[in-house]
Every structure is written in C-alpha cells, then in structure tokens.
Design a protein around this ligand. Structure first.
Ligand SMILES: [Zn+2]
Length: 446
C-alpha cells in the first residue's frame, strides 16, 4: 500500500508522490514560545514526528528533511515579556528549556533543522522588498501590506472568498490598509519593542512572513508537505501561500496537512477558558508515553477529547504492554501488514494502536512467537512509543525507596554487585534514579 495523506488544498486523500524522491521535504509550524506549550501545541509535534519517522522508513533516513520552526518574535512574546519585565529573548530562552525537556520526555525526534524566526530577518526583508517591486505589496504608514486581491488564488486553501473574510470579521480593519483583507508583512516597532532596521524604518516582520522566509530558505519554492494545526489554515497558511507564491511563482508546498483541536469536555482548549494543561504539568504525573498514547487515540484530523480518564486508560494499557521489555525481537522482520496499512492510510493511529493490542493478545496466547513479538516492538518503535514507566505516583513512598537504598548499600558492602544492580534497575523502572557520591546515595524522580 502506498502512503496516502489528506490534503487540505484538494480536500481529498491523495497518494503521496514526492517532488524529488531523493529529498523529501516537510515544514511544520512550531510553537510560539511565550509560555509552556500545552497539550494542544503538542498534537502537531507528535503527529508530524510520526510522519517524519514513517517517511524515513519508506524513503530512507537520509532522504527526508524535516523543518520545524520556533517563533521567537511576535505580539504574544512582546506582550508577555513586557508584563514580566524581561527581554523577549530571555522569555523565549526560558520556555525553550522546558520545551526541550518535554520533547525528550515524549521521545520526539529532533527535526533536521529547527530555525528561529529572528535568524531569518534579512531574508524576510528581501522577500518583502521583492513583493513591493512586483506590485503585490505596498508601504503605508511604516507598515508593509500584502494586497490580497492581487493574488488571484487568494482563499484557495481556506476556501474563503474576500467577502467571507471581511463579513466574518476575521481580519483587522485598520486605516493604513487599502482593503480590509490586506495583511501585514512588516510593521513598525514601538519604542520598548525589539526592532530590526529595514527600508521601511525600524520594525519587525509579520508572523506569516516568518514561515514563508524560513521554508523558502531551507526547503526551496516547491516542497512536499506543510503542516500545522487546523487554526493555521486561515489566515496563517493562506497568507503564506499568497506571499510565497507571488515571490517565487511556484506552489510552495504540494500537500497541506492540518490536525484538529484538543478539547476538554467539548470545549476547545484556550487560555481564556482556563483549561490549559501544559505538557510540563502533565509530566509531573504521567510519563511522556502515556501522554503520547493519549494523543494518538483519535485520528489527527478529528478533535481529541482530552481527559483524566483518557490518560488513565493509557496508563493501564501501557502497563500491560511494558512486558515487551524482556522480549527478544528481530528488527529485520519489519512490520505487521495491517499495522502498516493503518499508518500509511493518512496516519490512522487509532487503527495502529488497536492492531498493536490485537498482536499483543495473540502473543499472550502464543508466547514463543518471535515474529509477532518483533511486529509488536517494531510497530511501537515506528510510532515512537516505548512504554517503560507509565504513571509517576505523586505521593512517593519515601520509606520504601530509603529501604531499597540501604539494602543496596549492604549488598555493595558484601560485594554482591549483581544484587546492587538489580535494586538500582528495579527503582529505575519506577522512575527513581540513584546517584552515588562521597556523601552517600541520593535519589531523584525522573
Ligand atoms: Zn507557520
């Protein structure tokens, strides 16, 4: 079976055909680091990580270039840094640290490149100047705006007409705009805000321009996949297509993919609703695998209902699955066909998880079956799950840990190193790491 992906542009599931089979290129809009990323921000990161792994498996590891950017300058960053009275740079640095830890806990592969917007300001200025000289953009009151109606295909991704856009009040009305649907490519910075020099005065780029410049610089004018959350279809991706295509004359990306929202009790998660669960908070109670498993239980294009029940059912499944750690497997046996068919069919991860459970049940009946065990573990690896430690108990039994540490010390004194290692490993399985020093053994929870 060939890889099929749903393309928001055509509104159809299409057989994926690379632009260049020796260089498959994917760009995904990464987080804006003005707070700790919440579970909704992580859905695209998890989904496109799986697509990255799958493309590497289908086409070869060295033939896939995956770019996931970091937005390190925009209005939200500036407003938050002003509130906290720190620089935008310090703010991003602070949240980047947590983001890195979250990524490791969720076993997310590093993308091939992870550019930050502020590293590409020169390229953005070049693109904007070009768009002005070609007549697609205009300068007005220190802003540069893209004149949407000059791009004939404007609205082709979101299927919104300029009329829909204006009547739906999905655009900002401002007196420096020729038309309400025109959008900002460059804007002036206020005195207290970060700025870059430009032909239009001290200012900063519009958010859409950031992704256009980074994707063009790193992946070129016609690459394979551009992804992000469903809320990015309009205006972010619609505007990216308009400005990129008018700049280089090509399609920009062949396949546009969008994941659905994460909801809490039927409501879209947002700051105003006060129902934000940051991944960092969740990792205080659950392992990265549990969080990831929960995110994969719905198809990526569907909304995902996130709840404690969902997380707890993931815990009980992964606890059973963790048996696999002692299994001997053979990587060369590859994947179960049904599992692979689900994954190739527009990343049907609920199907993959169901099939893994079926294989696991078959193994329980036939414990010596090497082929099934290999299919199971190879499948888990392909979607980046390695269920070792599931739920971290908030109330740790300190007496138990101290007792184990003292048993281990006695074992070491008696030169019973096998037993000492056994205790260390047993604790590690429960998320407790031991550190020996001259003052004795300390422990910490991972
Ligand atoms: Zn973007």
């Amino acid at each position: 079976m060939s890889l099929k992906l749903y393309n928001t542009l055509s509104k159809e599931k299409e057989i994926f055909t690379p632009v260049d089979v020796n260089n498959i290129r994917m760009y995904v809009c990464g987080p804006t680091l003005y707070n700790n990323p919440h579970i909704g921000n992580f859905r695209p990161i998890v989904i496109f990580d799986i697509l990255f792994r799958l493309l590497q498996d289908v086409y070869d590891e060295n033939k896939v270039t995956y770019v996931r950017n970091i937005t390190d300058i925009d209005d939200k960053i500036i407003n938050t840094s002003n509130e906290l009275d720190i620089s935008a740079e310090e703010l991003v640095k602070k949240y980047k640290k947590t983001f890195r830890k979250d990524l490791i806990s969720l076993n997310i592969l590093e993308p091939t490149k992870e550019p930050s917007a502020t590293e590409y300001i020169d390229q953005m200025v070049t693109m904007i100047s070009d768009l002005i000289s070609k007549g697609f953009a205009y300068e007005s009151n220190k802003h540069v705006l893209f004149e949407s109606k000059k791009f004939q295909d404007y609205g082709k991704l979101s299927r919104l007409s300029p009329k829909d856009i204006i009547s739906g009040a999905r655009v900002e009305i401002a007196d420096y705009k020729k038309n309400p649907e025109d959008f900002v490519l460059w804007k002036p910075s206020k005195d207290s805000e970060p700025f870059w020099e430009s032909p239009w005065g001290k200012g900063r780029p519009g958010w859409h321009m950031e992704c256009s410049a980074m994707s063009y610089e790193i992946l070129g004018s016609n690459f394979d996949i551009h992804g992000g959350g469903i809320d990015l279809i309009f205006p972010h991706h619609e505007n990216e297509i308009a400005q990129s295509t008018c700049f280089h004359g090509e399609q920009t990306a062949q396949v546009w993919m969008h994941n659905g929202f994460v909801n809490f009790s039927g409501e879209k998660m947002s700051k105003s609703l006060g129902n934000i669960a940051t991944v960092n908070d969740l990792l205080g109670t659950y392992s990265g695998d549990v969080i990831k498993y929960a995110l994969l239980t719905s198809h990526y294009r569907q909304p995902l209902e996130f709840s404690d029940d969902l997380l707890n059912s993931a815990v009980s499944i992964l606890e059973k699955w963790s048996d696999f750690q002692n299994w001997q497997i053979d990587k060369s046996l590859g994947f179960d066909k049904q599992f692979m068919d689900y994954l190739l069919d527009d990343l049907n991860t609920p199907g993959c998880l169901m099939r893994l459970q079926q294989i696991f049940n078959l193994i329980k009946k036939d414990p010596e079956n090497q082929e099934l065990k290999s299919y199971f573990v190879n499948g888990l690896n392909l979607i980046g799950l390695k269920p070792t430690i599931t739920k971290k108990e908030l109330k740790i039994d300190i007496n138990y840990i101290e007792n184990m540490i003292s048993q281990r010390s006695s074992a070491k004194e008696n030169k019973d190193f096998a037993k000492a290692d056994e205790i260390r490993n047993a604790l590690q399985k429960q998320g407790i790491i031991l550190e020996d020093s001259v003052e004795g053994t300390k422990w910490k929870q991972i």
